[in-house]
Design a protein around this ligand. Sequence first.
Ligand code: SAH
Ligand code: SF4
Length: 381
Amino acid sequence: MTVNLLDYDLESLAAFCERLGEKRFRAVQLFRWIHQRGCAHFDDMSDLAKSLREKLKGVAYVKALDVVSQHISADGTIKWLFDVGGGNAVETVFIPEDDRGTLCVSSQAGCAMGCRFCSTGHQGFSRNLTTGEIVAQLWFAEHFLRRHLQRDERIISNVVMMGMGEPLQNYAALIPALRIMLDDHGYGLSRRRVTVSTSGVIPKMDMLGQDCPVALAVSLHAPNNALRDHLVPLNIKYPLEELLPACRRYLTHAPRDFLTFEYCMLDGVNDQAEHAHEIVQMVQKYSSAPWCKFNLIPFNPFPASGLLRSPQKRVLEFAQILNGAGITTTIRKTRGDDIDAACGQLAGDVKDRTKVGERMARQRTIAIKPVDRHVENVTKI
Ligand code: SAH
Ligand code: SF4
């Protein structure tokens, strides 16, 4: 049986090399070829012995995901739709900013959590991605961008696990993927610049703190259980009085001294001044010293949700109340609006297999082609 080496963190790759009768240090060379240089062909790995290259060809391969489509926004945001087989697709979004390049990565095809305001949640769960499929999104994006920008240095400085799926419900595949991202022989990303976003899977938050304490963002969306039960059904299992202490526990491991709460602003649902005051009380109950930040997310509407985006004025007022109480609050800038790259709009058709199949068939023929035309957009990064 042949294996995809994108599935292996350095430790597993070393064990794999040992099984092949090779010294462990060969794994470092191989890992660097794959992740740092984006090399998928053993023949091109010139400092590996020819005998090893031949051996590898018989037992392993390096394969990313097939690109179904690629869209480049006027603001430089790039969205890829990747085929993960069986009629499933996942999306990955690159967001260039002046001081960083952020990649938004998917962890599952679909999601079982069923959050009311999330189109992925509305589609339901298809399957967990493998470590290789999670890593492939970064591998492809990083090396694609380097080639097209003709730059040797690293382009993606930040990864946020905020694409499709609940990363902590795919824990076994997530941890090796995070290790590959952090590894100095891999992508060498700082723990502070890799963020796992969760709807609040408490036991796994505790495990993450032990196993791989990267930055954590918790999707809060409501200041009380009654409202959160409705918006984020996982709250029925892990209510706020358990979630908030779990967030505090995470801080003892976290690479930053604060945690981020995400809060999607829904018109007339969770965006009133009284909700903001309730948040202040809730947060201060756990510590009067600042320990969290809020990121208010403008809701990206989709018809089946029956929900609307809060008016900007109300979002500003909401932020003002939190900031006034000493809770640093930012409002997320929407990016890639013209290509539907925003949160909650990812791979809208995943559950509808026929539709995805058709869309893939339609788009495969045009896949990648638009890139060359848009290289100027990319070079603005
Ligand atoms: N499952 C994880 C990570 C993926 S969702 C989580 O829930 O945290 C990433 C972020 O996008 C979450 O904060 C989520 O609440 C938000 N989101 C989902 N749908 C959205 C929508 N339609 N508009 C704005 N934000 C949305
Ligand atoms: Fe899943 Fe996150 Fe969407 Fe909720 S918001 S359904 S947890 S992807």
